[in-house]
Ligand binder design. Structure first.
Ligand SMILES: C[S@@+](CC[C@H](N)C(=O)[O-])C[C@H]1O[C@@H](n2cnc3c(N)ncnc32)[C@H](O)[C@@H]1O
Length: 255
């Protein structure tokens, strides 16, 4: 199969994983319980089969909305919710149909921004997230974290290999763009040939800067490692120099 885009990947080889997944990761549970309000109107971006929203419904959240750009996921989520307690819609993060200030809180977890292939699209998606959130509203984001990957002794040799491959090809493509290493739970051997589509690995500074540039205030930031210790940091400066492992999480508020 010639996979040309991340959307096509979710529509095919990755579909089953995210259509039927259940339960929350410890990090997701911690962020939702610590920062979100059960009474508030809440939207999840890139909801897939609705895993996070269905778990939130069990936790007592009752005004829930979710969107995804793959129609098959939305059909799957609606099928699991015959009472239509949750409002699921097909939408693209880069161009949302929701009105300004529609939601009290928004969830952009599972690294949805990292899956948007181009810089303009990632910027547009952040602007849209800011636009649809109410003033003082809370937002949870997660990013693929470049430092985590660089610090990982399993992946570091692959990054060196990839940079050599790109140099030999005369390519100036940034190492922040990496091919999928696994697809549908299996090793993606095409990654060895540096085949697109790519996902974008944010550095800590870049992620915080991207959020701040659209107007978000950062309330807490940390990687999986800091969340596991329940020690997120209040700002970039205090986290800089700490070891980052796993994903990067940011809790924000609309100013
Ligand atoms: C890693 S899956 C996570 C699914 C779900 N949030 C969960 O945690 O179970 C990422 C999801 O984001 C969706 N997605 C990626 N880019 C998107 C975009 N630009 N607009 C809407 N959905 C998008 C994909 O279709 C996929 O369902």
């Amino acid at each position: 199969m010639n996979l040309v885009s991340n959307k096509q990947i979710y529509n095919t080889v990755e579909f089953d994983t995210w259509a039927h997944e259940t339960n929350l990761l410890d990090e997701e549970k911690y962020l939702i319980e610590t920062y979100l309000n059960k009474e508030a109107k809440t939207l999840e971006a890139g909801t897939g089969g609705g895993r996070i929203l269905f778990e939130m419904k069990k936790m007592g959240f009752h005004s829930l909305y979710g969107y995804d750009y793959v129609p098959k996921y939305i059909a799957q989520a609606q099928h699991k919710d015959p009472e239509s307690d949750i409002c699921f819609e097909v939408q693209n993060a880069t161009q949302l149909k929701y009105a300004d200030s529609s939601f009290d809180q928004i969830i952009y977890l599972q690294q949805i921004l990292s899956v948007i292939e181009d810089e303009n699209g990632r910027e547009k998606a952040l602007q849209e997230a800011y636009r649809i959130l109410k003033k003082q509203g809370m937002a949870l984001f997660s990013f693929l974290c470049f430092e985590s990957r660089m610090n990982n002794i399993v992946y570091f040799p692959f990054l060196v290999y990839l940079s050599i491959v790109r140099k030999l090809r005369g390519s100036h493509h940034s190492l922040r763009y990496l091919p999928w290493l696994k697809l549908g739970g299996k090793v993606n051997w095409r990654a060895l040939c540096d085949r697109a589509p790519y996902v974008y690995w944010y550095s800590l500074h870049e992620a915080v800067q991207a959020l701040a540039s659209v107007g978000f205030n950062i309330l807490a930031v940390g990687s999986t490692r800091q969340i596991q210790k329940q020690q997120m940091h209040a700002n970039l400066e205090s986290l800089t120099g700490e070891r980052l492992e796993g994903m990067l999480y940011c809790v924000c508020q609309k100013s």
